[in-house]
Design a protein around this ligand. Structure first.
Ligand SMILES: [Zn+2]
Length: 409
C-alpha cells in the first residue's frame, strides 16, 4: 500500500470518527431534553431540572467547539505533513533515535496541551464555576498542570525510551518484549498508583475515629473484608462533586472516599457506597479488568509490531526517515475504529460490574440506602437523567442513575 493511500485512509478515519462524535453528542443533548420517567421525577424539582439541562447545554457547546478545533488541526497536520515537519525539525538537533522520538513526542504533546488549555480553563473556571461545582483555585490549577506534565515526563520518557530501544534491538520480537514491559508497568501502576501518584495531587488521610469509622469497620467485619487501606481524599479542593473508588489488587487494595461524599451523605449512605466498592473487590472486578487490559495490550503490540515492518507507515505522515515514533502515531490514528470497538466492550463490562457491585451492596446492607445515596450524588452533580442509549454504550463506564435505581428496586 502506498504512503499516500495510508494517509487518505487516516484522513477518512479522522473525519468519520469526528462526524460520528458530533452526531452522537447532538443526539445525546436532544435526548437529555426528553421528559423524565415519572417514577423518577422526584429526583429533580423544576429548578434543578432546568439547571441540569443548562449544564448539559453549556458542556455540549464547549465540547463542540473544542472537538471541532482539535479535529481541524489534526486534519491540517495530516494533510500538510505537519508530523513530518516536526520530525525533520527534531532530527536537525539529535541523531539518536530515542532522543529524536522523545523530542517528537514532547513537541506534539506540547502542541496538544496548548490547544486544549483554553477549553480546560473555560470548563473549570466558567462552566463548573457557574453551576457551583468548581473549588479549584488558579494556583491549584497551575500546579496541577505543572505536576501532571512533570510526572508524565518522569514516567513516560523512560518507558518510551525502553520501548524504542527494544524496537531497535529486537526487531521481530519487539511486540512480545514490549507487551511484557507494558504488563510489568501496568502491574506496578495498579499496585502502587494510589500510593505514589494520587498523593502528589491530593491529601489522603485515614478515616478518623468516630461513628462513621465504627459503622464501616462493623460492615467490613460482617463481610470478612479486611479493611486494608481506607482513605478520605480532599476532593473538595477541586470540586463539590462527590465520589468514591476502589483501586489496587491483592495486598494493595484501597478504598478512597471523597470528603465531599462524607459531607453530603449520612452515615448509612456512606457505608452503602463503601459496600459497593467492597463489592468490586469481592466479585473480582478489578482483577478481571486488569487481565482484560493485558490481553488488549497484547493485541495492540502485535498489530503495531506487524505495521512497523512497513516504512510507508512513516512516510504517510510526511516523514523522510522511517521511525518508531512517526509509525506509532500513524498506527494509533488508523487504530481509532478498533479502539472504539474495544471501548464498547470495555464500557459494557464496566457497566455490568457496576450493576453487580450495586447488587452486592444491597444484598449485604439494608435495601434502599444505596438507592438514596445514588439519588443524592446524581442530583447534586446535575447528572443527565436521560442520556441517549448509544451515547451510554460509547461513553458511560457507569450505567445512568435511573437504570441503576430501576435495577435496585
Ligand atoms: Zn463502582
Amino acid at each position: 500500500m502506498s504512503a499516500n493511500t495510508i494517509l487518505n485512509i487516516a484522513l477518512a478515519i479522522m473525519v468519520a470518527s469526528s462526524l460520528f462524535d458530533a452526531v452522537l453528542n447532538r443526539l445525546n443533548l436532544k435526548h437529555s431534553e426528553t421528559p423524565i420517567d415519572h417514577k423518577f421525577s422526584f429526583l429533580y424539582d423544576d429548578e434543578k431540572r432546568k439547571n441540569a439541562l443548562d449544564y448539559q447545554r453549556a458542556n455540549y457547546k464547549a465540547n463542540f467547539l473544542a472537538d471541532s478545533i482539535s479535529t481541524v488541526i489534526t486534519i491540517l497536520m495530516l494533510a500538510l505533513g505537519g508530523f513530518g515537519i516536526v520530525d525533520d525539525f527534531v532530527r536537525g538537533y539529535f541523531s539518536n533515535e530515542i532522543l529524536i522520538g522523545l523530542g517528537f513526542i514532547a513537541i506534539v504533546g506540547l502542541l496538544g496541551s496548548i490547544i486544549s488549555l483554553p477549553f480546560t480553563i473555560y470548563s473549570t473556571f466558567v462552566i463548573e464555576a457557574k453551576f457551583g461545582f468548581n473549588k479549584t483555585t488558579v494556583k491549584t490549577f497551575i500546579t496541577d498542570k505543572i505536576k501532571g506534565t512533570l510526572i508524565g515526563a518522569i514516567i513516560g520518557a523512560p518507558l518510551f525510551s525502553a520501548i524504542v530501544w527494544i524496537y531497535l534491538q529486537l526487531g521481530s520480537y519487539f511486540w512480545l518484549a514490549t507487551w511484557l514491559l507494558m504488563t510489568a508497568f501496568s502491574l506496578f501502576s495498579f499496585a502502587f498508583g494510589t500510593t505514589l501518584i494520587l498523593p502528589r495531587f491530593n491529601k489522603l488521610s485515614p478515616l478518623e475515629d468516630g461513628e462513621l469509622r465504627t459503622a464501616i469497620l462493623d460492615y467490613c467485619k460482617s463481610q470478612g473484608y479486611s479493611v486494608g487501606r481506607l482513605f478520605v481524599m480532599d476532593g473538595s479542593r477541586r470540586s463539590t462533586k462527590a465520589n468514591a473508588f476502589f483501586a489496587g489488587i491483592g495486598k494493595s487494595k484501597t478504598i478512597v472516599l471523597y470528603d465531599t461524599l462524607i459531607e453530603k451523605l449520612n452515615i448509612e449512605e456512606v457505608v452503602a457506597v463503601l459496600a459497593h466498592e467492597v463489592g468490586h473487590y469481592k466479585r473480582k472486578h478489578t482483577l478481571a479488568m486488569f487481565v482484560s487490559s493485558i490481553l488488549q495490550t497484547l493485541a495492540i503490540t502485535a498489530l503495531l509490531g506487524w505495521m512497523l515492518n512497513y516504512p510507508e507507515i512513516s512516510y504517510a505522515l510526511g516523514a523522510n526517515v522511517p521511525s518508531f515514533h512517526v509509525a506509532a502515531t500513524t498506527f494509533f490514528l488508523l487504530f481509532t475504529p478498533i479502539s472504539m470497538i474495544l471501548g464498547l466492550a470495555n464500557m459494557a463490562i464496566s457497566r455490568r460490574n457496576e450493576f453487580d457491585a450495586d447488587e452486592y451492596s444491597t444484598s449485604t446492607y439494608p435495601k434502599g440506602v444505596l438507592a438514596s445515596a445514588l439519588g443524592k450524588i446524581s442530583t447534586d452533580a446535575l447528572a443527565n437523567l436521560n442520556p441517549h442509549p448509544l451515547y451510554v454504550k460509547v461513553h458511560y463506564t457507569h450505567p445512568p442513575v435511573i437504570e441503576r435505581l430501576k435495577a435496585l428496586q
